[in-house]
Design a protein around this ligand. Sequence first.
Ligand code: ZN
Length: 54
Amino acid sequence: MNNPTIAIPYIVLWVAMMRALPVRAQILPATCSRCGRPYERRDLGENVCQCGQG
Ligand SMILES: [Zn+2]
């Protein structure tokens, strides 16, 4: 199986998986150790850390 036409989809899939790894790592952002909430809002209406805001 040295047909490059068949290998292309596998290469594209492999590259997509490699690019997804750092994205997955950012799914879990740094969270506050006091309240456990993320520091930055990712979704509208999401509760974020307000420990440093009084
Ligand atoms: Zn907090």
